[in-house]
Design a protein around this ligand. Structure first.
Ligand SMILES: NC(=O)c1ccc[n+]([C@@H]2O[C@H](COP(=O)([O-])OP(=O)(O)OC[C@H]3O[C@@H](n4cnc5c(N)ncnc54)[C@H](O)[C@@H]3O)[C@@H](O)[C@H]2O)c1
Length: 308
C-alpha cells in the first residue's frame, strides 16, 4: 500500500518509514524540516516533499494516490509551546486540520494522528484511561487535544476511518540530543557520554511511561495495514511507571558511566506522573508486544555509541 507520513523526517516518522519500506510499502513523506532532519531519510527510498503541512497545495499534492496517512508532523515540546504558543498551535492544530481537510477532499479516508499523554495534564489518576478527564497544562497539550478531537470529529462529520493515538514519552534510536527542546533520554545519554552534568528538573520523583519507538511504529503500521479505526482516543503505551531517578539508575547500570546528577527547579507545564491504561490498545491490537525499557535503552545506547 501507499502510505503518507507527515513529519516523516522526524524521530518517529523516519523509524516508521524504514519499517514500512521493509514490509514492501510505498512511502511518501511531507516535512518542512523545522525540527526533522533530511539525513534521517536520505538513505531511504521515500518520495520526499519538503513542505509545510500548512501549505494546502503541497498537502493536496502529497495526498495523490495514497491509501493511508500517518500524521506525525507537529512541533513537539512543552517548553517550546510555552515560549511560542501561536507557532505550536499553527503547526499542531491548524496543521492537523489542514491535513484532515485535504484528506477529505482527496478521498483518503484513513488517517492516524499523534496526540499525547500531555492532554491528561492536571488529572492525577494513575493509570490514565482514555475516559479520564483531560486538563492540559501547556499550549502544546491543548494543541494535541485539538489534534485528536479533529481526527475523531472527522469520523462523525465525514465518515472517516481514523485513530487518535496518545503517545507517552517515545524514545529510541534516532531521537537526537543537542537541542534545547530535546527529550530526557537522549539528553541524559548524550550528557553522560560527554562527561557533562545530568540535569534533573525537580527531585526526580516525576515518572513516565516510556515507550520504545519500534513498538510504536509496529502499532502504527499494523493500524495502516488493517485500516483500524476507533471512535475514542487510544493510549499507546504499556502501563510502566519509571521515575526519573529510576531511569538514571538504569542508564548508569547499562552504560557503566556514573553520571554527575544535579537538580534544578521543576519546569512549568510538566505533568508529574504519567502512566497509561492500555486496555483499548490491547483490544484493538491483541498481538502487540512491547519492547522492555532495559532492552530499548540498550538499543538506544548502542545508537549513541555509533555517533561518538
Ligand atoms: N516523541 C514523543 O515522545 C511524543 C510524545 C507524544 C506525542 N508525540 C507526537 O508524535 C509526533 C512525532 O513526534 P517526534 O518525536 O517524531 O517529533 P519530531 O520533532 O522528531 O518530528 C516531527 C516532525 O514534524 C515536522 N514538522 C513540524 N512542523 C511541520 C510543518 N508545519 N509541516 C511539515 N512538517 C512539520 C518536523 O520537521 C519533524 O520532522 C508529533 O506529532 C508529536 O507531537 C511525540
Amino acid at each position: 500500500m501507499h502510505i503518507l507520513i507527515t513529519g516523516g523526517a522526524g524521530f518517529i516518522g523516519h523509524n516508521l518509514a524504514r519499517l514500512a519500506l521493509g514490509k514492501g510499502h510505498e512511502v511518501r513523506v511531507i516535512d518542512d524540516l523545522s525540527t526533522g532532519y533530511a539525513d534521517n531519510i536520505d538513505a531511504l527510498d521515500v518520495d520526499f516533499r519538503e513542505a509545510s503541512i500548512l501549505d494546502e497545495d503541497a498537502v493536496a499534492s502529497a495526498m495523490k494516490g495514497v491509501d493511508s496517512i500517518v500524521h506525525l508532523g507537529a512541533l513537539g515540546s512543552v517548553p517550546r509551546s510555552i515560549e511560542d504558543p501561536l507557532r505550536s498551535h499553527q503547526a499542531n492544530a491548524t496543521g492537523t486540520l489542514t491535513v484532515l481537510d485535504q484528506a477529505r477532499r482527496a478521498d483518503v479516508n484513513h488517517v492516524m494522528c499523534a496526540s499525547s499523554s500531555s492532554v491528561y495534564g492536571m488529572n492525577p489518576a494513575l493509570p490514565k484511561g482514555e475516559r479520564e478527564w483531560t486538563r492540559p497544562m501547556s499550549p502544546y497539550a491543548v494543541s494535541k487535544l485539538a489534534t485528536e478531537q479533529y481526527a475523531l470529529a472527522f469520523q462523525q462529520s465525514y465518515g472517516f476511518d481514523s485513530l487518535a493515538f496518545r503517545f507517552f514519552n517515545v524514545y529510541g534510536p534516532g531521537q537526537r540530543a543537542g537541542h534545547v527542546y530535546a527529550a530526557v533520554i537522549p539528553t541524559w545519554i548524550d550528557a553522560m557520554m560527554k562527561g557533562e552534568p545530568v540535569w534533573v528538573n525537580g527531585d526526580g520523583s516525576n515518572s513516565r511511561d516510556f515507550t520504545y519507538v519500534e513498538t510504536v511504529c509496529h502499532v502504527l503500521l499494523d493500524a495502516s495495514e488493517r485500516r483500524v479505526s476507533h471512535p475514542e482516543p487510544v493510549n499507546l503505551a504499556f502501563g510502566t511507571n519509571t521515575s526519573l531517578l529510576d531511569l538514571i539508575e538504569q542508564l548508569t547500570a547499562l552504560s557503566g558511566i556514573t553520571p554527575d546528577v544535579r537538580h534544578r527547579d521543576p519546569r512549568h507545564g510538566d505533568v508529574p506522573h504519567s502512566m497509561a491504561d492500555n486496555a483499548t490498545l490491547r483490544s484493538l491490537f491483541p498481538d502487540v508486544t512491547a519492547v522492555e525499557l532495559e532492552a530499548g535503552l540498550e538499543e538506544t545506547l548502542d545508537w549513541f555509541r555509533t555517533l561518538a
